[in-house]
Design a protein around this ligand. Structure first.
Ligand code: 5GP
Length: 182
């Protein structure tokens, strides 16, 4: 990945995550907190964020997909892996990498509400406001970004680049090269 394509540096990301962790720590005091990471994109963000939440908490995971390897939303949401534990009566914090059209979260939030958590809040590292198709309320947001396909810090392009410590954007020709390499 070309260094000049860096969108948000490791330092910028870490600073914002520390702020988010401090805010969540204040807001969630005394609650029975369960952090639910939406796989796979949220793992790096979640691992960093929860270490800035200075409260007792548990973690669980769910996997959903609305994208294949393509860079456009298919609009179809599929739950590929469900939670290991019930969330009834718990204060649930959903941790997501990016809200793009909002279709994935709209589906997941409705689905999780039916399991009767005491509260359901959402933390997303990124939001593309211009792409939203559903009115998703992001309670804790890292960064609002413009309509570009980003990779790194957990986010992939055809399952690669998740391990970059920063966020970069993909040029159209980069994505064409990726397709040719397959
Ligand atoms: P939505 O349902 O909000 O349209 O899409 C949510 C999912 O699409 C995200 O969890 C993520 O996996 C994927 N996605 C959306 N925008 C991007 C992007 O810019 N980069 C990457 N790598 N994935 C994205």
């Amino acid at each position: 990945m070309n260094e000049q394509n860096i969108y948000l540096s490791e330092k910028q990301i870490q600073k914002r995550i520390q702020e988010l962790g401090e805010t969540i720590t204040q807001d969630m005091k005394g609650k029975d907190l369960v952090c639910i990471g939406i796989l796979k994109g949220s793992i790096i963000f979640m691992a960093d964020l929860i270490r800035h939440i200075q409260l007792p908490l548990s973690i669980d995971f769910m996997a959903a997909s609305s994208y294949g390897d393509a860079m456009k939303s298919s609009g179809v949401v599929k739950i590929n892996m469900d939670l290991a534990h019930p969330i009834e009566g718990k204060d649930v914090l959903i941790i997501e990498d990016i809200v793009d059209t909002g279709l994935t979260l709209d589906y997941l939030l409705k689905h999780l509400k039916m399991r009767k958590p005491k509260s359901l809040t959402l933390c997303s590292l990124l939001l593309k406001p211009s792409k939203l198709k559903k009115p998703i309320q992001v309670d804790y947001l890292g960064f609002s970004i413009d309509d570009r396909f980003v990779i790194g810090y957990g986010l992939d392009h055809a399952e690669k680049f998740r391990n970059l410590p920063y966020l970069a954007y993909v040029e159209e020709e980069d994505s064409e090269n990726q397709k040719e390499k397959k």
